[in-house]
Design a protein around this ligand. Structure first.
Ligand code: C2E
Ligand code: MG
Ligand code: MG
Ligand code: MG
Length: 284
């Protein structure tokens, strides 16, 4: 059975553990109910220019306002939704909501004119044949141009079925959306393959950022990724920056953008609005 967190049977759903048939069925029906009853919300975390600290984009991060268990983060339900297929409608909802929110920010404030949005895709969503149409529809319905949207995928999603992944990436690129590799460095993509992919952004995983201000090995690795980005004309983003020391080190290495609690935690749309307008309202 899935390890219990005390509050419910799937609070710590780990795909390597087996849930009982009952627990799986319960979670599935809860997720379906949640989708029908607007229980999901999207928070947005700022991504900043490393030099100026100006917010250039925000990453959409889903949460579940569970009627019984309160606010649940993605680790409580994304893997399960991936396993039972509900990630496709859930991911579609996040995509549509994020595009609509970007349009709202822009309507509300001139400061959001250049703001861009980043949305995570799951493996199953990436393999789903209707993905490109879903993305196109989300953009059109929100009235947002494709270049304002970056889709984040992980290395393992790319390496699973290289030819299909390539076709999907090219079809998305054709639409005009930008593509990012998330959690870079934790998977194993080959460099020769990376070179052939229409990727715009490399997001360096937090595990390389944690000790970068004290560990020369991490400096060497991040420096290598910065060089890779330069060689392949891909922008670099460092994830999980929490301290000024990490920021200073990454900035001196030449990383383009940063994301982390130092600049802002995932926050509600109104807080992002305040941040864009120079009011510090992000709650810790
Ligand atoms: P990710 O895409 O790598 O997102 C970054 C995660 O790191 C977020 O966790 C964010 O809150 C957290 N983070 C950012 N800065 C810091 C920091 O300075 N310190 C620490 N300790 N953490 C930081 P979150 O929101 O819990 O999301 C976890 C993962 O769940 C995401 O990792 C992504 O893989 C997945 N996810 C979130 N939303 C979605 C979604 O809408 N669709 C899909 N398919 N996956 C999602
Ligand atoms: Mg991400
Ligand atoms: Mg990441
Ligand atoms: Mg991550």
């Amino acid at each position: 059975a899935a390890k219990r967190a005390g509050r419910n049977g799937y609070a710590i759903f780990d795909p390597t553990m087996t849930m009982s048939v009952l627990e799986e069925a319960q979670l599935r029906s809860d997720l379906e109910h949640g989708l029908e009853h607007d229980e999901f919300v999207v928070l947005y975390q700022p991504v900043v220019d490393m030099q100026t600290q100006r917010v250039t984009s925000v990453e959409a991060l889903v949460r579940w306002e569970h009627p019984r268990d309160g606010l649940l983060g993605p680790y409580h339900f994304i893997a399960a939704a991936e396993a039972n297929g509900l990630i496709v409608p859930l991911g579609r909802w996040v995509l549509r909501e994020a595009c609509a929110q970007l349009a709202r920010w822009r309507a509300e404030s001139p400061a959001a004119a250049d703001l861009k949005i980043n949305v995570n895709l799951s493996a199953r969503q990436f393999q789903y044949a209707g993905l490109v149409d879903d993305v196109a529809a989300a953009l059109t319905d929100a009235g947002v141009e494709a270049a304002s949207l970056t889709l984040e995928i992980t290395e393992s999603m790319l390496m699973e079925d290289i030819e299909t992944a390539k076709r999907t990436l090219h079809a998305l690129r054709e639409l005009g959306v930008r593509l990012a590799i998330d959690d870079f460095g934790t998977g194993y993509s080959s460099l020769s393959y990376l070179k052939q992919l229409p990727v715009d952004v490399i997001k360096i995983d937090k595990t390389f950022v944690d000790d970068v201000h004290i560990d020369d090995d991490d400096v060497a690795l991040v420096d290598a990724v910065a060089g890779l980005g330069q060689a392949l004309k891909m922008q670099t983003v460092a994830e999980g920056i929490e301290t000024d020391e990490q920021w200073a080190t990454l900035r001196s290495i030449g990383i383009d953008h940063g994301q982390g609690y130092l600049f802002g935690k995932p926050a509600a749309p109104a807080d992002i609005n305040a941040l864009l307008n120079g009011v510090s309202a992000i709650s810790a």
